[in-house]
Design a protein around this ligand. Structure first.
Ligand code: SF4
Length: 299
């Protein structure tokens, strides 16, 4: 039994991160029209309690269809650092999907922290049954110098931190994950410490740590200043240890509290349910009443 489905909203990416081979393989941002996605979500909702919005760079959804930067929204109580775009945007798409299929819980697969605009923030805060309080927001590095070398020009460590802190202050339950690259070419011990310090300061509930490895054809291969393999390994394991500690601490904090569980699989007589904040909770299959979505207690 699987109650989670996937809705691909766009393909491609207009950015050129120096470590990434995706744009070489997948081309520019191409967003699917909102009416087509609403129709597909309606059909998927017949068999799925949760739909995950996927794509290569979903935060830029709609930018190829005429959206541009707009104004601040006065309904958001404290000013967020992100204005809402005009025209189609991920926030507008989410609003349309939630209005069409309110019984489904939507989840964002992976989104840049600084691309969570006011419309998305409003839904995360105000519609927790319809949009899961979970962001997987690639960080990659906590050093502005390294972010620049990575070609990630659209945010700084401070901008990332500000957006996450703004959201965390308003979300009582908040699953927060990130991708982090250890040992990117030119990364110094001080850069690595800056990444550790930022991760320590933010409410991450899990991390995906990648020791840097060169991908053929990428610009990072020409940057030089390769970090010795031993240092890459050591930095990756230090980041993983920190990620594991934060994951355990969050689980401990949630223990005994309720979660909005959606069945995500079953094995060996146990049913796995995924909460809104991306925690797995297991129940004996024999105790299951057949519902794809139900309240669970985090253990
Ligand atoms: S890492 Fe993400 S944002 Fe950067 S080029 Fe690749 S797909 Fe685009």
């Amino acid at each position: 039994m699987r109650s989670r489905g996937w809705l691909k909203i766009q393909d491609g990416c207009d950015e050129h991160c120096t470590f990434c081979a995706t744009t070489l393989a997948r081309g520019a941002n191409r967003s699917r029209p909102i009416p087509e996605l609403v129709a597909e979500a309606r059909a998927l909702s017949e068999h799925h309690a949760e739909l995950v919005l996927t794509g290569v760079h979903i935060g830029t959804y709609g930018r190829d269809r005429g959206s541009g930067l707009g104004t601040w929204d006065s309904e958001v109580p404290t000013r967020a650092p992100n204005p809402e775009p005009r025209g189609p945007s991920l926030g507008r798409l989410l609003e349309a999907l939630i209005a069409a299929v309110p019984r489904v819980r939507f989840r964002l697969s992976s989104i840049e922290a600084t691309e969570v605009d006011d419309a998305i923030a409003r839904l995360l805060i105000g519609a927790p049954r319809q949009l899961a309080a979970h962001l997987h927001a690639p960080l990659q590095s906590g050093s502005n110098r390294v972010l620049k070398r990575m070609g990630r020009h659209w945010y700084t460590a401070d901008a990332y931190r500000a957006r996450v802190e703004w959201l965390a202050a308003r979300l009582p339950v908040f699953g927060l994950g990130a991708d982090v690259i250890a040992g990117f070419p030119g990364e110094t011990a001080a850069d690595h410490r800056a990444t550790l310090a930022l991760i320590e300061a933010l409410p991450f509930t899990y991390l995906h740590v990648f020791p840097y490895s060169a991908r053929p054809g990428t610009a990072a291969m020409r940057l030089g200043e390769e970090v010795p393999a031993r240092a890459v390994r050591d930095r990756a394991s230090e980041l993983r240890l920190l990620g594991d500690a934060k994951k355990e601490a969050y689980r401990e904090k949630r223990k005994g509290q309720t979660g909005d569980g959606v069945v995500s699989g079953h094995a060996a007589g146990r049913l796995e349910l995924l909460t809104e904040d991306y925690l797995s909770v297991y129940l004996p299959t024999a105790a299951w009443d057949g519902r794809a979505r139900c309240e669970v207690t985090v253990d």
